[in-house]
Design a protein around this ligand. Structure first.
Ligand SMILES: NC(=O)c1ccc[n+]([C@@H]2O[C@H](COP(=O)([O-])OP(=O)(O)OC[C@H]3O[C@@H](n4cnc5c(N)ncnc54)[C@H](O)[C@@H]3O)[C@@H](O)[C@H]2O)c1
Length: 265
């Protein structure tokens, strides 16, 4: 995507949270934006507000992707950027996580990302190239004691691996593929996901604060993730093809045992 064009950008899970910030950022920059989500009410309302195009799409459904890409090609005539942002979080102990729970996370977070990449290859090849940005999480990089996010982290680790293979396979078509890996943000995913009693208890024991050494402390704003996605989607980021951009204010580059929490930087 070149900044002088009027590129067409597709954002999954764009109805709220990080996805909404990405939708707004690309609209502010003058891109045409398609917002794909299962939440029709909020998706349509946001699309109307920012003059974007809403398509109902469950990213885990191959048929939904086929229909969405067909509609977007008819509507915009081209596709330049895909942001695979839709995701779900379940926080639970391994013992209480059922196979269905696990597959539900996998279906949206990993299969949904794969199906999105697959769906845009043909239109991006026709356009002479494009950029794909996938969303992972620092829980994909290492475990966090007591976070109860084993399946979530595993599905998002697969997204990093998928990014690397896709960047290599699709690079020859001019399609660049990236991952962004944020720490935590105060979105509905974080505030509305029910906590297992073990976590509620340990948070209570710590006075509600997350302890030193825990990269959760590195809070980000959705607009900061949107800035990173905008940067990677542009041609200037071509040298970083395949990269995983970790965004955690240094939270995972080392550990901070027995130190007071570092200043926010
Ligand atoms: N919030 C965080 O702390 C955090 C940290 C790191 C990474 N992430 C990742 O960033 C992305 C966005 O997170 P968020 O905090 O904005 O989440 P959110 O729950 O606030 O929003 C997610 C959006 O995805 C949509 N969605 C869910 N399942 C879908 C499906 N099957 N098909 C289409 N749309 C679907 C939801 O309707 C919603 O609009 C996710 O991939 C998440 O894993 C979030």
């Amino acid at each position: 995507m070149s900044q002088k064009d009027r590129p067409v950008c597709v954002v999954t899970g764009g109805a709220r949270g990080i996805g909404e910030a990405i939708v707004r950022r690309f609209r502010e920059e003058g891109s045409d934006v398609a917002l794909l989500d299962v939440d029709e009410a909020r998706g349509r309302a946001l699309a109307k507000q920012v003059d974007a195009h809403f398509v109902r799409c469950d990213v885990g459904e191959p048929g939904d992707w086929d229909a969405a890409v067909r509609e977007l090609r008819e509507h915009f005539g081209r596709l330049d950027v895909l942001v695979n942002n839709a995701g779900v979080l379940q926080m639970e102990t391994i013992e209480r996580t059922t196979a269905d729970d696990y597959l539900r996370s996998f279906r949206t977070n990993e299969l949904g990302t794969f199906l999105g990449i697959r769906a845009v290859v043909a239109p991006m090849r026709e356009a002479g190239g494009g950029a794909i940005v996938n969303l992972s999480t620092i829980h994909a990089l290492r475990g966090v004691a007591g976070a109860f996010m084993a399946p979530y982290g595993a599905t998002k680790a697969a997204v990093i691996s998928l990014t690397e293979s896709a960047a290599l396979e699709l690079g020859r078509f001019g399609i660049r593929v990236y991952c962004v890996t944020p720490s935590w943000l105060n979105t509905e995913m974080s505030t509305r996901t029910p906590l297992p009693p073990e976590l509620t208890e340990s948070l209570r024991n710590r006075g509600g604060a997350v302890g030193a050494g825990n990269p959760w402390r590195a809070q980000l704003e959705p607009s900061e993730v949107a800035d990173a996605v905008w940067f990677l989607a542009n041609d200037e980021a071509a040298v970083y093809n395949g990269t995983n951009l970790v965004m955690d204010r240094g939270g995972t580059v080392g550990s901070y045992p027995n130190l007071p929490p570092p200043e926010r930087n």
